[in-house]
Structure formats: C-alpha cells, structure tokens
Design a protein around this ligand. Structure first.
Ligand SMILES: *[C@@H]1O[C@H](CO)[C@@H](O)[C@H](O)[C@H]1NC(C)=O
Ligand SMILES: *[C@@H]1O[C@H](CO)[C@@H](O)[C@H](O)[C@H]1NC(C)=O
Ligand SMILES: *[C@@H]1O[C@H](CO)[C@@H](O)[C@H](O)[C@H]1NC(C)=O
Ligand SMILES: *[C@@H]1O[C@H](CO)[C@@H](O)[C@H](O)[C@H]1NC(C)=O
Ligand SMILES: *[C@@H]1O[C@H](CO)[C@@H](O)[C@H](O)[C@H]1NC(C)=O
Ligand SMILES: *[C@@H]1O[C@H](CO)[C@@H](O)[C@H](O)[C@H]1NC(C)=O
Ligand SMILES: *[C@@H]1O[C@H](CO)[C@@H](O)[C@H](O)[C@H]1NC(C)=O
Ligand SMILES: *[C@@H]1O[C@H](CO)[C@@H](O)[C@H](O)[C@H]1NC(C)=O
Ligand SMILES: *[C@@H]1O[C@H](CO)[C@@H](O)[C@H](O)[C@H]1NC(C)=O
Ligand SMILES: *[C@@H]1O[C@H](CO)[C@@H](O)[C@H](O)[C@H]1NC(C)=O
Ligand SMILES: *[C@@H]1O[C@H](CO)[C@@H](O)[C@H](O)[C@H]1NC(C)=O
Ligand SMILES: *[C@@H]1O[C@H](CO)[C@@H](O)[C@H](O)[C@H]1NC(C)=O
Length: 432
C-alpha cells in the first residue's frame, strides 16, 4: 500500500488550512464531552458514567458531511481481524467501519487515513475494504527515525469536530479495553490546529519522504503551552493547546508532548493525578537500557519541593513487563506525609476477565487510559509514559485549563477528576 509522491496534494491541503485559519483565529465556542470505553462486565459503585467511545465516534463519522481525517496505529475493527470466533462484542467495531464506508459511498465524504507502516497495516482487511474509498498513507518510523511507531489516535471531522484519546481503530477498544478520550464539537480553530499535526503525518506518509530540516510555515502553530488558544464552553473560558511527539515532527511553535507533561506537572499547586497504562523512566525499545528520569524527577520534585501530592494509577495485565513494579515502588517510597509534607501513592488497575471468552481475547482486558489531571489542568494523551514514546514515537496530547476560578464552577477538569477518583476508589485498583 505504497503511495507515490504527490506534492501537489500537500500544497492543496496547505492552502485549505490557510483558508480555514483566516476564517477564525480568535476564541470560539466549542462543545466537549469525555468519552470512555468500559470493558464489558466492569461495574462501579458510582453514578459517573461517561458517554461510550463508540457513541462518540459513530456520531462523528455518521454526521460527517465533507471530510474525515484519522491518525491511527493499526486497523482491526472487524472481529475476524483478531480471532477466528469473536463474540458479538466485535459488532461495534464492524459498525464503525461500515459507517466510514457509508460516509464515503453515500455522502462522498473525503476520507484520509494516516496509519503506521508495518505488517499489521499491510495485512489489514479493514484497510483493504477502505481502499478506493479512502486515501491511505503509511508512515514508516523505521525509515524516518530508525525506531518507533505512529501511536497517535485522533479523528478530525469536517475541519471542525475532533476526537483525541487512547482508543485504537480496534473493536477491542470499543468493548474489551478500557479507554478514555474527548470529543470536541464545533471547535474549528482547534480542529484546524490538529489538521496541522495530521498534515505532518500525511507528508511523511509519502514514499521515501524524509523529515524536512524545517517544516513549512503553514504547519507552524500559534498555540502552545505558553500561548494557548482561548475557547469557551458552557459559559466557562478555557485555555487549550495540542502537543505532539516526537520532536522532529513538531513544526515551529508546537509544544513537544513531553514538555507539555512536564509543564503541567510543574504548574500543579496541590495535586497531580495520573492514569497511564505503562510507566517506565527508561528507554524500553533500545538495545541498551537507558535511564530517562524526566518525568520521575518532576514528580519527586513536586512532592519534595512544592508539597504537591501525586497519585499514579498504572495498569497491570498479563503482558506487564517485570521491571514496571520496581519503578513504581521507587515512586511509592515517597508515600510518607510526615517526612515530605506530601505523598506519592501508586495503585495498579486490573481489568478482570469475567468469562473464558474474555480471557481468550488476545491483548484485551486492560486499562489503556493515558491522562493526567491536576488542580489546574486536564491532559488527555495517547502515549505510555516511557522515553521511547516521547523520543521517537508519534503521539499527541490535549491540555485544557479553566480560566474561571470559582469553586462553584463545574468544568471539564472536574469531570476528568471524577473519573480518576471513581477508578482510584474502585475494587479494581490496588496499592502496589
Ligand atoms: C455543557 O452543558 C451541557 C448542558 O447542560 C452538558 O450536557 C455538557 O456536558 C456541558 N459540557 C461541559 C464540558 O461541561
Ligand atoms: C452536516 O450537515 C447537516 C445538515 O446541514 C448538519 O445537521 C450536521 O451537523 C452536519 N455535520 C457535521 C459533522 O457538521
Ligand atoms: C451478546 O451476546 C450475549 C450473550 O452471548 C447477550 O447476552 C447479549 O444480549 C448480546 N448483545 C448483543 C448486542 O447482541
Ligand atoms: C513484515 O514481515 C516480514 C516477514 O514476516 C519481515 O521480514 C518484515 O521485517 C516485517 N516488516 C515489518 C515492517 O514489520
Ligand atoms: C501478513 O500476511 C503474511 C502473508 O499472508 C503473513 O506471512 C504474515 O504473518 C502476516 N503478518 C501479520 C502481522 O499478521
Ligand atoms: C523509493 O526508493 C526506492 C529505493 O531507493 C526506489 O526503488 C523507489 O523508486 C523510490 N520511490 C519513489 C517514489 O521515489
Ligand atoms: C467565566 O469568565 C467569563 C469571562 O472571563 C465570564 O463571561 C463567564 O460568565 C464566567 N463563567 C462562570 C461560570 O463564572
Ligand atoms: C509559542 O507560541 C508563541 C506565539 O505563537 C511563540 O512566540 C513561541 O515561540 C511558541 N513557543 C514555542 C516553545 O514554540
Ligand atoms: C491472565 O492469565 C491468567 C493465567 O494464565 C488467566 O487465568 C487470566 O484469565 C488471564 N487474564 C486475562 C485478563 O486474560
Ligand atoms: C503501551 O500502550 C500500548 C497501547 O497503547 C500497549 O499495547 C503497549 O504494550 C504499552 N506498553 C509498552 C511497554 O509499550
Ligand atoms: C485561583 O485563585 C487563587 C487565589 O486567588 C490562586 O491562588 C490560584 O492560583 C488560582 N487558580 C487558577 C487556576 O488560576
Ligand atoms: C462496590 O461496593 C461493594 C460493597 O462495598 C464492594 O464489595 C465492591 O467491591 C465494590 N465494587 C467496586 C467495583 O468497587
């Protein structure tokens, strides 16, 4: 599924971007909703139930009138892509795939898909079905960077609605894996900014392309951690920006994903709650293990230097690497308020298999969440927290801070905090 160099198409998409940019530059009114996939059988003693990821994504796709852009790691939306005898929990995935096919066939929606290049993409029956209906480009990280994958997951609909979150284009991500993301509606300026990240993947998906020494000015962003975009939702004003990794994929102005995470940690005054599947202050995928303590240092500094308490909810499943508990214990050693004035607490979340069928699904039944919420900011990402993900792997982050500062106000940060608290208090989470 190789794509020949089509520089003209890049130029055309860039001029589209420019048009959009001139339309709206100031703050805009958006709608937002957190979306979650709760694996079948998981129950909570809590009334906090978010909209399902499936409902969010199918709503976006089936309402699209003109364009859909998707950044993805791999495609296994059909049950048979994963196992010979899937149960009906794969139906949602098939429905999402059919909605995409339908949007192209019956509404002539222009679909562009950026996907990681690898055998999973070459063999994907989903992508085979979309061939001819969607433009598909594969991004080859081995060629571009010598390592890594396109691990990003996002949707852009009609240049104004978007999804960012942990869910893969995989039926398991809709029913058998725990996922968290956000859908933003009528958010043209932010969608335009996300398009600039998509255009980077699109450019690099051209056969034999290389990373330019300098990205074109059209892909530069005005919005970043130090100069966020103002949007308002439900009478509340927010500052938002999108971060991206790896650094060579960041045109001028774009905050690197790791810098976003570090600055959110550094700006917290009271607490930092983190839900991330895997946490390793090392390079996992290099021949020789290297220590990479950027996040580890920032968390310990938050506790020691600023008395900010940290709670980390990592995930455990049958594929968890042996060394992860060692790194987590090193953080949990700071669970001593008397000595430090604040604490680091660490729990592991386990998604049980309640039936033999659930246990038989490969690489399912896991908490795949990747987000952080502090007393100021909510951050939703697509990366595990190990060095590789920030140094040579494609990922994005969405950071949002409420500008209003009243205790009465209810905002997105509160919603994310409630989700974290629900998971932290549940019987699926246990202290390490
Ligand atoms: C905005 O208000 C609507 C209606 O009350 C509600 O459904 C929605 O969840 C709110 N959105 C946010 C981001 O608080
Ligand atoms: C598509 O157009 C219809 C009719 O104008 C509108 O109701 C709908 O919201 C549009 N879809 C999107 C994704 O904007
Ligand atoms: C899926 O199958 C289970 C039992 O195998 C059944 O209880 C459930 O209603 C089915 N769900 C759907 C959406 O068909
Ligand atoms: C795909 O599979 C072939 C043979 O199984 C292997 O040689 C090749 O390295 C794989 N390519 C990728 C990108 O994984
Ligand atoms: C892809 O298909 C080839 C040939 O059909 C097969 O040899 C290979 O194992 C498949 N790779 C994956 C990752 O499924
Ligand atoms: C890409 O590189 C390969 C190997 O050098 C070459 O055979 C192929 O023609 C190149 N493709 C394009 C579109 O330049
Ligand atoms: C938030 O602040 C804006 C002005 O900055 C104001 O218009 C709005 O009413 C405030 N919202 C709340 C809920 O206080
Ligand atoms: C952030 O954006 C501002 C204004 O667009 C720009 O001046 C600044 O250099 C950007 N920061 C980074 C780190 O790129
Ligand atoms: C993990 O492995 C154990 C032992 O093989 C098995 O009993 C359990 O069901 C597996 N868990 C999941 C979620 O598949
Ligand atoms: C990180 O997350 C992905 C899915 O997003 C998962 O499949 C992978 O195994 C994780 N862990 C590591 C150590 O890469
Ligand atoms: C809210 O106001 C308090 C007291 O004025 C201040 O300490 C705090 O930093 C403010 N928070 C934000 C998010 O602006
Ligand atoms: C719900 O509460 C009951 C009774 O306190 C407890 O046994 C159960 O483990 C709780 N379930 C979850 C998912 O926390």
């Amino acid at each position: 599924m190789k794509v020949l160099a089509i520089n003209l198409s890049l130029i055309i998409s860039l001029s589209n971007l420019l048009q959009i940019e001139s339309l709206s530059h100031a703050g805009s009114e958006c709608g937002a909703q957190l979306v979650e996939s709760i694996p079948i059988g998981l129950t909570y003693n809590s009334t906090i139930i978010s909209k399902p990821t499936f409902d969010g994504l199918i709503g976006l796709v089936s309402s699209a009138n003109s364009s859909i852009e998707i950044a993805s790691l791999y495609w296994t939306l059909q049950g048979s892509d994963v196992m010979p005898h899937p149960d009906n929990s794969s139906l949602e995935g098939t429905k999402l795939l059919n909605a995409l096919i339908d949007s192209s066939k019956s509404r002539s929606v222009k679909i562009r898909i950026a996907v990681n290049e690898g055998n999973l993409s070459d063999n994907s029956t989903d992508l085979a079905l979309l061939k001819g209906l969607a433009q598909i480009r594969e991004v080859n990280f081995n060629r571009l960077l010598g390592a890594g994958v396109l691990h990003t997951k996002f949707f852009i609909i009609d240049n104004k609605h978007l999804y960012i979150g942990s869910a893969n284009m995989d039926w398991r991500s809709l029913t058998q894996v725990k996922e968290l993301g956000i859908v933003l509606n009528d958010c043209q300026t932010l969608a335009n900014d996300l398009s600039k990240i998509f255009e980077v993947y699109w450019y690099l998906g051209v056969e034999n392309s290389t990373i330019p020494k300098q990205w074109p000015q059209e892909l530069a962003t005005d919005f970043n951690a130090t100069n966020p975009l103002s949007i308002s939702m439900n009478q509340t004003d927010y500052s938002v920006y999108l971060s991206s990794s790896p650094k060579p994929f960041c045109p001028f102005g774009r905050t690197n994903d790791i810098d976003a995470i570090l600055s959110i940690i550094e700006n917290a005054d009271k607490f930092i709650d983190i839900a991330v599947m895997d946490y390793f202050p090392i390079f996992l995928y290099q021949k020789n293990t290297h220590f990479w303590p950027l996040i580890d240092n920032a968390l310990k500094s938050a506790v020691i230097d600023r008395k900010v308490s940290v709670r980390l909810l990592a995930s455990h499943w049958n594929h968890t690497r042996e060394s992860m508990p060692i790194f987590l214990h090193s953080l949990a050693a700071f669970n001593d308020k008397k000595l430090f004035g604040a604490t680091i607490e660490v729990k592991l979340f386990v998604v049980p298999a309640f039936t033999p069928f659930q246990a038989s699904i490969p690489f399912a039944r896991v908490n795949h969440n990747k987000y952080m919420v502090t007393d100021k900011t909510a951050y939703i990402g697509t990366s595990n927290w190990s060095a590789d993900y920030f140094v040579n792997t494609g990922g994005v982050g969405f950071a949002i801070t409420s500008k209003n500062n009243t205790s009465a106000e209810h905002n997105l940060r509160d919603d994310l905090q409630s989700i974290f608290q629900r998971d932290w208090d549940s019987s699926y989470a246990k202290y390490i």
